[in-house]
Design a protein around this ligand. Sequence first.
Ligand code: TYM
Length: 332
Amino acid sequence: MGRIFSGIQPTSNLTLGNYLGAIKNWVTMQSEHDSIFCVVDMHAITVPQEPEALRKATYEALATYIACGIDPKKSTLFVQSHVPQHAELAWYLNCATPMGWLNRMTQFKDKAGKNRDSVMTGLYTYPVLMAADILIYHATHVPVGEDQKQHVELCRDIAISFNQRFEREVFTVPQPIMPKQGARIKSLRDGTKKMSKSDPSDMSRINLTDDADTIAKKIRKATSDADVLPSEVKGLESRPEAENLVTIYAALAETTMDKVLGEFAGQGFGVFKPALANLAVEKLAPITKRTQELLSDKGEIEAVMRQGRDKLIPMANKTLDDVKQAMGFVTL
Ligand code: TYM
């Protein structure tokens, strides 16, 4: 039994991509692993946030984790800024991470685009804070969607080189874990783009706070094509929107794409979209409802946050002591 660690940024609503790419896997894995799930508010501020919106989104994210099936009795849930040791470790790791490694990060290139000189330094060093999140608890596995795989690989490189440099196993080298289906859910408007909280079009994503009518409308209006569904997955090649909708169906129904196509081969989107809308509403509406119920008692959510923080601070301090000892700091 290893230890898993993962997190999501509280930047507006969580999406179907977050659910299928990450949280759904967390729910399955929490029974077999010591599990720690974080709301990474310090990552969220790498781009400007409205203070009140950030606070609200932090409560919402934690409530959504629980509503999706993360059990605070089995797993440790907490807010990143409540354990400031992450930021301290990130500083030490900043001093042990070559800039060349960060220059390769595709997410920074995508997010900074042409504004490399005006985005904040935190956006650039963000993967180092993510490495600190994982390494401070000696996580063995990190369940994430495909877009975070490169960051987990960087974390591995940092851990390996740190251990080599200081000639001791200070850090556990973690492995990324991705779901077989749903590791990269695409935008409902453009099957070549990732479904993302930051897409300006709300119609491009399903938010875990959307009500049943909104979910159904977004699926009805999702970009598709005029062909019927093929009988084999190969037939979806070069049909990114169709492939995405079939992927979403299979992931929500916990089946394979082949089985979905077995059921819908020869049918057009006039039949498939309503079936997908029904399935999505059936799976997601209870999550939305439960999230709202949980949010009506902030005290309860704060109790979960406090419990997580109190459990994790001693663990984090232990790792920091080892790191400081290895690096040559005077510890009293
Ligand atoms: P974030 O907040 O962008 O996304 C959270 C999780 O959701 C997954 N995800 C998706 N999966 C499939 N399809 C999509 N369209 C999609 N969009 C998002 C992401 O891969 C991720 O697993 N840096 C991280 C948060 C983080 C973290 C960590 C993760 C901070 N520290 C330590 C793991 C371990 C991030 O910004 O994820």
